[in-house]
Ligand binder design. Structure first.
Ligand code: ATP
Length: 365
């Protein structure tokens, strides 16, 4: 069991606030992603969970027990620093045995444990090989093995695949996720790569500027973004933002864009002023008819789909459509939007308006 609860955690370095009051729960056995741009506070958050930094205020609980101010050695959490940090002069077996021998575990037990972990990682055949001559993938497996042999309650990983080239990275990401599924150990993983977070994570915390913007499953984060930041950061191409000024009433089911009533999920909150109509490219349809129109500026062929860029009365828009459909540059086309997928934002706060679509997510986020 390893449930980790972060409650109102804040971290200051002198006058600088690296993490503002953050709260979220990592459930037992989850593969949990801390996602955000460089400098947003995700590594600091991870280090506070591991005990390498202490929070300025707030609490961290591991299985219900408060650990906020405990040293790392009393937390039973393994921090996988850098996949390649191994002892190069030792063979694989000794690299794996070392953490156990230094804990004083009897030799026979060490041997059994190392062999069990080697089997899990598929590295039994290289146990007697020196680490120096191993491939990158095998070194990474050994480094992981070093963390696994200790049977920690949870694993912390800070951009473990960051240094790898794209192809190998994808392979190792799949392997890490499969390993996690076999072992079921709670894992907290820092990344700035939204695709990696979406592909690997059970849950994601999206951070920006020291603040948790949203916390949820990859699908919740993608379908029901809580803020313009999240909507823009997740997805490629990212969500379109059509800006308009107006008033929308609580319970409204449409907004007025350039004189056309455009359907939206029923609102649960009214708003006025500078508003933003957010729609993902795959939820835009092109047709010959329709009152809301745009001019095709460019098209980008992607195989089964194409991305069309259009000029609309409310700014540029990207649409992902079937590549069999034709859209000529300069052509004016009708545009329609899948109303249940639209998110409205208040531009001043950057936050999503509460609606039928996202009510429960915003309520718990
Ligand atoms: P990156 O991916 O670039 O590491 P991050 O989201 O992990 O980004 P953090 O490493 O948590 O960001 O850093 C958040 C902010 O806190 C950064 O502006 C960083 O410079 C600052 N910071 C981190 N550690 C310290 C420290 N020990 N002293 C002062 N400032 C720090």
């Amino acid at each position: 069991m390893a449930e980790i609860v972060i409650k109102n955690v804040r971290k200051e370095f002198g006058d600088f606030v690296a993490v503002k009051e953050s709260s979220f729960t990592i459930e037992d056995g989850e593969f949990f992603m801390l996602l955000g741009p460089s400098g947003c506070g995700k590594t600091t958050t991870l280090r506070m969970i591991a005990g390498l930094e202490l929070p300025t205020s707030g609490e961290i609980y591991l299985d219900g027990e408060e650990i906020s101010q405990r040293p790392p050695s009393e937390r039973d959490i393994a921090f996988v620093f850098q996949m390649f940090a191994l002892y190069p002069h030792m063979n694989v077996r000794r690299n794996l045995s070392y953490p156990l021998v230094s804990q004083g575990m009897p030799r026979r037990q060490v041997k059994a444990k190392v062999e069990e972990v080697a089997a899990i990682l598929g590295i039994t055949d290289i146990l007697n090989r020196p680490v120096g001559g191993l491939s990158g993938g095998d070194r990474q497996r050994v480094a992981l093995g070093r963390a696994i042999v200790r049977d920690p309650k949870a694993f912390m990983m800070d951009e473990p695949l960051g240094a790898l080239d794209a192809e190998f990275r994808e392979h190792m990401a799949e392997e890490l996720r499969a390993l996690h599924d076999r072992m079921g150990a709670t894992t907290v993983y820092v990344t700035h790569d939204q695709l990696e977070a979406m592909q690997m994570g059970d849950k994601i915390v999206v951070m920006n500027n020291a603040v948790v913007e949203q916390f949820g499953t990859p699908q919740e984060i993608y379908d029901k973004p809580a803020s313009m930041f999240v909507a823009d950061f997740i997805g490629s191409p990212s969500m379109n933002f059509l800006r308009f000024e107006g008033v929308v009433a609580e319970a409204a089911q449409s907004v007025n864009l350039a004189g056309q009533a455009i359907g939206v999920p029923r609102l649960r909150q009214g708003a006025s002023g500078h508003l933003v109509f957010g729609v993902r490219p795959e939820h835009v349809t092109l047709s010959d008819t329709g009152g809301y129109r745009g001019e095709v500026l460019a098209s980008e062929y992607l195989g089964t789909t194409q991305i069309i860029t259009l000029d609309t009365p409310n700014g540029d828009l990207k649409a992902r459509i079937d590549s069999t459909q034709t859209a000529k540059v300069g052509e004016k086309v009708g545009l329609s939007f899948q109303a249940p997928k639209v998110t409205l934002f208040d531009e001043a706060t950057g936050k999503a308006l509460r609606s039928e679509l996202n009510h429960e997510v915003l309520a718990h986020g």
